[in-house]
Write a protein that binds this ligand. Sequence first.
Ligand code: HPA
Length: 255
Amino acid sequence: MNKAIIGGTGVYGMDGEATTRMVSTRYGDVEVDVVRITGEDIVFLARHGKEHSAPPHLVNYRANMMALKELGIQYVYATAAVGSCNEQFEPGDIVVLKNFIDFTRQRPITFYEGKEGVIHADMSDPYCSDMRRWLLDAARRRALPVRGEAVYVCTEGPRFETAFEIKMFQTLRGDVVGMTNIPEVVLAKELGMCYAAVGIITNWCTGMETEPVTLSEIQGALALNKERVTETFLDVFGNLPDETRCSCRDALIRL
Ligand code: HPA
């Protein structure tokens, strides 16, 4: 068992024979589903909890990622609901995240608090280059309409952004905005895991259209896309190439 899917907002489970498991970590307990799919166990973790009880700034990201590590996971695909601040990516579109800009402020961001010495994670390829490539290939095979690769801006939340914050993110060349991918992608790298994520675009960011974001807009885009995205992840997992070229297992710099 070495593959996992993290479901973001709107993605709370997977079809298949599932067994619930509690994993204890030094950061807290995490509930996961182990789902039997074509003869293989795949771990499913609902980022916010199955009842969507943890808001983005209070998700226990370290417990979530450590639980996956303790289960022996090496490959992680995640979904993230995002707003678009790039006119080329519309609500309902799917994008593969290729890089990020971090505007979070006060969440725990690392496993390395100094006890093990000073450790830095390399971020030249924050999202695993192999997993991104495999995902884009599988999306093409399955005719999953991936609009492109996107730069993800992570805000602290839980409030949405102001129109002027969005203008700033556009100037910085951000494409989509969400509240959860930091520190998740960073913690995966600290643990030597291969991690990639798709953004499911639920709305235009604040100020990009006259109407404010509505709940039904967000729910519609998620309902439309969640199954085809998880099926594409499973397609990759069912056909993982032997050869890996990424450097995710070796991304820590110790001083
Ligand atoms: N901003 C931040 N997070 C989000 C948005 C948004 O517009 N849409 C979905 N998650």
